[in-house]
Design a protein around this ligand. Structure first.
Ligand SMILES: O=C(O)CCC(=O)C(=O)O
Length: 313
C-alpha cells in the first residue's frame, strides 16, 4: 500500500485524528509510558503462586500481577518460529484484524492464508502494522497447535473457551477494559508492554459514551503522547506498567483499563473467564456493563432507539 492510499484510508476512518509519523509510533512502542506521564509505577512480579494464593491476594482483591515463568513448560515458546507456524498451519485461512492507522480498537476483518499473513508482517511493506491476528480461539482455529500451550490452573475451565491468540508485529491495542471477564495474558514470543489503569480512574480515562457499542474503550488514543490539553483529567490517573518477557503471564482483572504495545514480532495468548458481580467495579464500569449485559442484550429493541451517531462514538 502506498503512503498516499494509507493516509486517505486513515482520514476516512477517523477524520478528527491525523495519522502519526513512524518515528512517533516507534517511540510509543519502545518507551515506557512514564516518559509521557509523571504518575507512573510498575506492576508487581511474583513467581508461580499456588491457586489459593492467586485467588486470595490477586483475583479477589482485583489486583493485577505478573507471574514470571508461568509458560516455561509449554512447547510454544521454544517451537513457535515463523517456519514452524508456516509448516503446521500456513495453508489455513485466518481472520485478520485490519486497522487503518495501525491501532487496534474497532473490529474490521480480512481473511487470508496464515503463510501470507506471516509473510506480510515480517516484510517491510508499508502499512504492515495495520494487520494483526486478534482474539482467534487457538483450539478451534488451529487444533494442530493446541498441544503447545496449556490453560493455567487458576483459569475457570467452565467459562473459558480456550486461548485467544494475538499475533502481530509492532502492534498497538488501544485502551479498553473487559466488561465482565477476568483475563491472563501469556507472553509466548517477543515482548509486550501493557499500560494499565485502575477502574477507580474511570473519569480520568475519558470513557466513550455509556450508550456506544465501544462503551468499554477510552477516548484517549495510545499511539501518540497524551494530549493533556484535550484530556486534562488524565494527568490525575495513576499509570501501572507491565513489561512482559516470553514466559510471563499478566493477570488483568475485570474492569482494569489496559493498552498494549507489541514492539517487533510478538505472540501472546489470552485466557478469559467469566467474572462475578462481586468483583465488578461500581458505579463507573460496573453500571454500564450491567446496562449492556442485562439490558441491551436481553431487550434489543432498547438499543434500536439509540441513534447510530451515538452507537458508533
Ligand atoms: O495483546 C494485545 O494486543 C491485546 C490483548 C488484550 O487486550 C487482552 O488480553 O485483554
Amino acid at each position: 500500500m502506498t503512503t498516499e492510499t494509507l493516509n486517505s484510508v486513515m482520514e476516512t476512518a477517523n477524520p478528527q485524528l491525523p495519522g502519526i509519523d513512524s518515528d512517533t509510533r516507534r517511540l510509543m512502542l519502545e518507551q515506557p509510558y512514564s516518559a509521557w506521564h509523571d504518575n507512573a509505577g510498575m506492576i508487581e512480579r511474583i513467581e508461580k503462586p499456588s491457586e489459593e494464593t492467586f485467588e486470595r491476594l490477586y483475583l479477589d482483591r482485583r489486583k493485577p500481577v505478573i507471574i514470571e515463568g508461568a509458560t516455561r513448560k509449554w512447547h510454544a515458546p521454544s517451537t513457535w518460529t515463523i517456519d514452524y507456524l508456516k509448516a503446521k498451519v500456513g495453508q489455513k485461512q485466518v481472520r485478520v484484524t485490519y486497522s487503518p492507522g495501525g491501532v487496534y480498537k474497532k473490529a474490521n476483518y480480512q481473511t487470508m492464508a496464515v503463510a501470507d499473513f506471516l509473510d506480510l508482517i515480517t516484510s517491510e511493506q508499508e502499512g504492515r502494522e495495520n494487520y494483526y491476528v486478534t482474539g482467534i480461539t487457538l483450539e478451534k482455529a488451529f487444533p494442530e497447535l493446541a498441544g503447545d500451550v496449556k490453560r493455567p490452573k487458576f483459569v475457570d475451565k467452565k467459562t473459558n473457551a480456550g486461548m485467544s491468540l494475538f499475533l502481530g508485529r509492532d502492534s498497538i491495542t488501544d485502551c479498553h477494559f473487559h466488561p465482565g471477564e477476568e483475563n491472563v495474558l501469556a507472553q509466548i514470543v517477543g515482548k509486550k508492554r501493557v499500560v494499565m489503569f485502575s477502574p477507580e480512574d474511570f473519569a480520568p480515562l475519558y470513557p466513550r459514551s455509556f450508550l456506544a457499542n465501544h462503551y468499554n474503550w477510552s477516548r484517549i488514543t495510545f499511539d501518540r503522547p497524551p494530549d493533556f490539553k484535550q484530556f486534562p483529567k488524565f494527568k490525575k490517573a495513576r499509570v501501572y506498567e507491565a513489561l512482559l518477557e516470553p514466559g510471563d503471564m499478566l493477570f488483568i482483572p475485570v474492569h482494569w483499563w489496559h493498552a498494549v504495545y507489541g514492539p517487533d514480532l510478538s505472540i501472546s495468548g489470552a485466557f478469559f473467564w467469566q467474572s462475578t458481580l462481586k468483583r465488578y467495579h461500581f458505579p463507573g464500569p460496573g453500571l454500564r456493563c450491567c446496562l449492556h449485559k442485562y439490558g441491551f442484550r436481553r431487550y434489543s429493541w432498547l438499543k434500536a432507539l439509540i441513534p447510530d451517531s451515538v452507537l458508533t462514538q
